[in-house]
Design a protein around this ligand. Structure first.
Ligand code: DUC
Ligand code: ZN
Ligand code: ZN
Length: 471
């Protein structure tokens, strides 16, 4: 692997969230040292030169929503990627930072959730990482811990408005929002109406509608739109910022856009699966194969797909993350062939996130290259308090990808690096995979070859969130 010395990336098109220019990038000691049209550096004076002619040089992707080595207690399964395979897959897909999760046990503290997670991540991660703390049990102790956690680099807290024993109610959500708002924290909310989901699941099962395809009809768009609006309203009431996780529907996107228009500090993300797949994946005729596409919220009818692209282009959704929650089809997803409630929810996607947004967004003309960078790197950094990442400027961490915009890859599970036996995107032809991925100046994917040492990833610095500074 490249050691920390100097690296010159010569002659590429540097794309940032605000500009595109032909420039060299000089990296020294893991940070960006200089960027300019012709830095006039003698190749003999640097340790390594990458010839980026014909390529785009962009900030490494920041994926703020991954579930690696994540236990789903109710079903007794854990996501199929650990922090090695998951971050390797990320690096091949141009990701240089992830923000994963630390789960509070019932009766446990958030500090324990944090400390437990370090031991799981540190030995394995090859890219930099942070994690959100998932609050499942709100009590006086938890509310008292939050200020110190926020000030010590853990400013974001995930909440589930549904999902069995992980769910919190509105009463607890208000308390969390108030405390987060007071100390510079950010609540990151999975929004689905739990009463409606529970009722619809029971009704489906009572009517014998148990196959995987019924997962989607048990969680229709109104379930998401209602909870999204409620979460935003509670945040407005508490005077706290909020980020809405994985927006999938036009109704939810409209609530976000309306709230932003009236000045509420709300941000939102969507994910690639909702941008290129639609509800046709839930074809009852496909039998158990449908389980490969079971995630929550589910994919929607095609009109919602168009609405999400519009929301990305017009700024009402600010970031694209993967919600990478990989499960193997054989042995994990197939556990629910006869009962959709037993299918672990989630799709693999850390490696294909940038290529999907690049291909379907930039190459197809829906997004500018600058907007691509904003959605996949610069905005996520700003939203979650990552001060050193997501931009190509002197002083920033040298987290970079070099992409040949014409190179196309046909997707199969075999060409990807996640520890799963399928891809939801089999057969798609995607551009936007990096030829080189650089993390803090180390070339970790070198012309398509993994060169990173296991465990080289570091915890990222994160600062409290200023609601006035949301993307
Ligand atoms: N949704 C999923 O489908 N998987 C992981 C968690 C989530 O919210
Ligand atoms: Zn979620
Ligand atoms: Zn998730």
């Amino acid at each position: 692997m490249e050691d920390k010395g100097s690296l010159l990336i010569r002659g590429g098109t540097v794309v940032t969230a605000t500009a595109r220019l032909r420039a060299d990038v000089l990296v020294r000691s893991g940070r960006i040292d200089a960027v300019g049209p012709d830095l006039g550096i003698d190749e003999a004076d640097v340790d390594r030169v990458i010839d980026a002619a014909g390529c785009w040089v962009m900030p490494g992707g920041i994926d703020t929503h991954t579930h690696l080595a994540h236990p789903i207690g109710r079903l007794g399964v854990t996501t199929a990627d650990d922090f090695y395979t998951g971050t390797v897959a990320g690096a091949f897909g141009g990701v240089t930072t992830i923000i994963d999760f630390g789960l509070q046990e019932q009766g446990g503290t958030l500090t324990d959730a944090r400390d437990h997670r370090f031991g799981v991540i540190d030995p394995d991660a090859i890219i930099d990482f942070g994690f959100h703390l998932i609050v499942t049990d709100v009590n006086e102790g938890v509310l008292a811990e939050m200020g110190d956690l926020i000030r010590s680099g853990f400013p974001s807290f995930k909440v589930y408005m549904t999902y069995g024993d992980k769910k919190i109610g509105d009463d607890d959500l208000i308390l969390l929002l108030e405390v987060a708002g007071e100390h510079g924290g950010l609540i990151y909310a999975h929004c689905e109406n739990d009463c409606a989901v529970t009722h619809l699941i029971e009704r489906h099962l009572a009517e014998g509608k148990t196959g995987p395809a019924y997962h989607a009809t048990s969680r229709p768009p109104a379930v998401e739109a209602e909870a999204t609006n409620r979460a935003i309203m509670l945040a407005e009431l508490a005077g706290a910022p909020i980020c809405i996780a994985h927006v999938t529907s036009s109704g939810a996107a409209r609530h976000v856009a309306d709230a932003r228009a009236r000045g509420v500090a709300v941000a939102a993300e969507t994910c690639p699966q909702y941008l290129v797949l639609d509800s046709s994946v839930y074809d009852p005729g496909a039998g158990c194969e449908v389980a490969k596409f079971v995630c929550s919220p589910p994919m929607r009818e095609h009109s919602h797909v168009d609405a999400l692209w519009d929301a990305l282009a017009d700024g009402s959704i600010q970031q694209v993350s993967s919600d990478h929650a990989p499960f193997r089809y054989e042995g994990q997803k197939t556990g629910g062939c006869d009962n959709f409630t037993q299918i672990p929810n989630g799709l693999p996607g850390i490696e294909t996130r940038l290529p999907i947004v690049f291909t379907e967004g930039v190459a197809s003309g829906r997004l500018t290259p600058e907007r691509f960078v904003e959605l996949t790197a610069t905005a996520p950094a700003r939203l979650f308090g990552l001060t050193e990442k997501g931009r190509i400027e002197p002083g920033a961490d040298a987290d970079l990808i070099v992409v040949d915009p014409e190179r196309e890859v046909e997707i199969t599970a075999d060409v990807l690096h996640s520890d799963v036996d399928y891809s939801p995107y089999e057969g798609m032809r995607l551009k936007g995979f990096p030829t080189w991925t650089i993390s803090r100046g180390d070339v970790i994917i070198d012309n398509g070859v993994l060169t990173a040492e296991r465990g080289r990833g570091r915890q990222v610095e994160r600062i409290p969130i200023d609601p006035a500074n949301l993307p």
